[in-house]
Design a protein around this ligand. Structure first.
Ligand code: AMX
Length: 434
């Protein structure tokens, strides 16, 4: 058995008694209560999901397996001559909580290389879709189309014991992950680069090969590594992660579950916000023409957006109450690699002005930037200017976290998800003390 799978099997065996003990001996212990506002308001803050893969502190931001973003980036092995770690190392880390050695990562790199080829019927499907279809729709359709490959679905149909579920789930997740960057690159080049495609480089790591197949030179490979790791996981309650978990809880396989999660990510309040940021910036530039943007003009444009009833994209968050460390990590990259980029300067200017504007506006609970306020600008700098595509990049990264999560869901035997709904009358009755 491959080393990662062996280690994962050991971690699962160690973890299972903890979950079983909690359920058996402490199942009645309360960890929160639900208010009417939470029931109507999207279950905000209701504690009813369990994951050990990442935890989001409102003031500190995300920790992957207990490590902050800078700690994670520093700990994981990197390809030779590169600034950012292998995404394969991050996968190992998210799954097992352990930092792999260089040799261990290389085993995963080789395994993914061997599973990378996209089936021809996926290419045929993508080519049959109208070219102006949104790339997220294409990406989701490609993932769903591969459901026929599911090892889990086959093994389930043959009859499999519950404690074995994680193993074919892990196989499906690995097969799926290995193909995602090539699928994304195929969509990109078919739609935007004259349908001219670049074959994979058999020697490159996952993100390095993505940069290669997209047709972008160094340091775009490091941009891709950074981007995919930063976007991988944000605990379980966000729309994409929760959708994947929910769909997989019906024992739908990884293909069904990931495709559904990608559809959730495609919403403008979630992953699509990164393309909305670019759209906002372009509109701003169109309005102010060649003028150098100033704090005053940015403030005016932000107020205009708010007055017209729209949100300021890239700002606010359901859980975070400070600047997203994923924003900060990208800002550090940009400060180092593209300090004079005019759009980056504008993003910095918006960062200076928008929190104050949002505070004065008085609605958003969090006036600080989230990950999406920055990501499009780095892509733009390196030549990826078709912003419709930005959420696909988010989706490739997000897959790493959510697929690690559903592997563990099956390992720990989490049941089908089924929260309870109530009627408005019931809420009115409770509210009036009936
Ligand atoms: N601009 C203007 N208004 C905002 C705002 C923003 N950036 N963020 C929140 N608000 C408003 C909400 O629309 C809501 O108004 P309402 O009472 O009229 O409905 C009010 O402030 C309270 O909202 P909240 O509790 O602070 O936020 P939430 O948990 O309901 O929503 C989020 C969180 C991210 C959807 C919201 O902040 C938003 O729409 N931001 C802009 C879009 C964005 O950047 N999304 C990406 C988030 C990160 C990600 O998932 N990729």
């Amino acid at each position: 058995m491959a080393k990662l799978k062996e280690l994962l099997a050991q971690k699962i065996a160690e973890h299972r008694p903890r979950t079983q003990k909690l359920l058996k001996e402490h199942g009645d212990v309360k960890i929160g209560e639900v208010t009417i506002a939470q029931a109507i308001g999207g279950a905000r803050g209701v504690r009813c999901l369990v994951t050990d893969i990442s935890y989001l502190d409102p003031f500190e931001g995300i920790r992957f397996r207990g490590k902050t973003i800078p700690e994670t980036l520093a700990a994981l092995p990197k390809p030779e001559g590169c600034e950012y770690p292998f995404v394969e190392a991050h996968w190992w880390f998210l799954l097992t909580g352990e930092v792999p050695t260089y040799d261990e990562v290389m085993e995963v790199v080789k395994d993914w290389q061997a599973r990378r080829t996209i089936p021809q019927y996926v290419i045929d499907l993508l080519r049959a879709m109208p070219r102006d279809t949104h790339p997220m729709t294409m990406f989701s359709a490609a993932i769903l189309a591969m459901q026929r490959e599911s090892v889990f679905a086959k093994r389930y149909a043959q009859g499999m014991k519950k404690d074995e579920y994680w193993e074919p789930m892990f196989e499906d997740c690995t097969n799926l992950l290995a193909k995602l960057p090539s699928i994304a690159a195929y969509i990109y080049r078919m739609k935007y680069k004259g349908d001219e495609h670049i074959p994979p480089d058999p020697n490159l790591d996952w993100a390095g090969n993505f940069a290669h197949q997209m047709g972008f030179a160094k340091p775009y490979d490091d941009v891709a590594r950074m981007y995919f790791i930063l976007h991988s996981d944000h605990e379980s309650g966000n729309v994409s992660a929760h959708t994947v978990h929910l769909v997989a809880s019906a024992l739908s396989d990884a293909y069904y579950a990931l495709s559904a999660g990608i559809n959730g990510l495609a919403g403008p309040l979630h992953g699509l916000a990164n393309q909305e940021v670019l759209r906002w910036i372009q509109n701003f530039q169109a309005k102010f023409g060649g003028q150098e943007p100033t704090e005053e003009t940015v403030r005016e444009a932000l107020w205009e957006t708010l007055r017209s009833g729209q949100v300021i994209p890239g700002y606010g968050h359901a859980v975070l109450r400070k600047t997203d460390p994923r924003f900060t990590a990208q800002m550090e990259f940009a400060d180092k690699h593209m300090p004079d980029d005019p759009l980056f300067k504008l993003v910095k200017l918006i960062y200076k002005v928008a929190p104050q504007v949002l505070m004065e506006h008085g609605k958003a609970k969090n006036p600080w930037p989230n990950v999406d306020a920055h990501s499009g600008v780095i892509q733009w700098h390196y030549g990826l200017r078709e912003w419709d595509f930005y959420t696909v990049l988010f989706g490739v990264g997000r897959a790493v976290g959510v697929l690690a999560n559903i592997t563990w869901d099956r390992a720990l035997g989490y049941p089908i998800e089924r929260p309870k709904s109530v009627t408005t009358q019931m809420l009115e009755d409770v509210a009036s003390g009936k």
